[in-house]
Write a protein that binds this ligand. Structure first.
Ligand code: GRF
Length: 205
């Protein structure tokens, strides 16, 4: 019997890797249509790298400060990712903005998941900013990365209520559970059906 086509995914992380874990779990089913072929990070010693090793997935680390310039780092990261011939690259809590080399190579297939409903509250403190603003609904946004910060064309969004007694941690965790479900569902749709990006509009047939 022939195996169904399986897309090659590289996941980039900077932290705990719970979104990565959701992808590692989903991709154990061959019917999902993709496998994680490598996990890259911008720092050592993070739980997400241990998750990759436990799943038998190759890892690489490209710390920004190991390079003379941001351009050199961008070039090195691009080369390390390219070695794994990815069909899709997913930033799952990767805390660095990639540069022009990376976007030239992977711009139409580099996804990021963000923990607010964009365009509200971009940046690394999304849930904290949403709470401080007093919004009643926030959520998570999956989008294709462009040269801006959290500005690229949106694939999907999921709404999450803000509760009266939320603090940053409780809200962040509630968002993350919805975010992981969305990531697994939408990445599956993307790899099985393909996608087109027309201006800001992403279509999955
Ligand atoms: C996610 O909520 C993502 O939106 C944010 O960082 C978190 C990563 O969590 N940028 P994890 O490392 O996948 O657990």
């Amino acid at each position: 019997m022939t195996e169904p086509a399986s897309a090659r995914i590289v996941v980039l992380i900077s932290g705990s890797g719970s979104n990565l874990q959701a992808l590692l779990d989903a991709t154990t089913d061959p019917a999902y249509g993709a496998r994680v072929v490598a996990v890259g990070a911008d720092r050592d010693g993070i739980a997400g790298l241990d998750r990759a090793v436990a799943a038998g997935v190759p890892t690489f680390v490209a710390p920004l400060k190991a390079y003379d310039s941001r351009e050199d780092w961008d070039r090195a990261l691009t080369a390390q990712v390219a070695e794994h011939r990815p069909d899709l690259i997913i930033s799952a809590g990767f805390l660095k903005l990639v540069g022009p080399q990376f976007l030239a190579a992977f711009g139409d297939r580099y996804l990021n998941t963000h923990n607010t409903l964009l365009p509200a509250f971009p940046g690394i403190h999304g849930p904290r900013d949403a709470l401080a603003y007093g919004v009643k609904i926030t959520g998570a946004t999956l989008f294709f990365v462009d040269a801006g910060m959290d500005t690229g064309p949106i694939v999907a969004q999921v709404a999450v209520p803000v509760l009266d007694d939320d603090d940053e941690e409780s809200l962040t965790e509630r968002i993350k559970s919805a975010e992981r479900r969305q990531l697994v569902e939408q990445v599956g749709r993307l790899v099985r059906n393909g996608w087109t990006i027309t201006g800001r509009k992403v279509t999955i047939p």
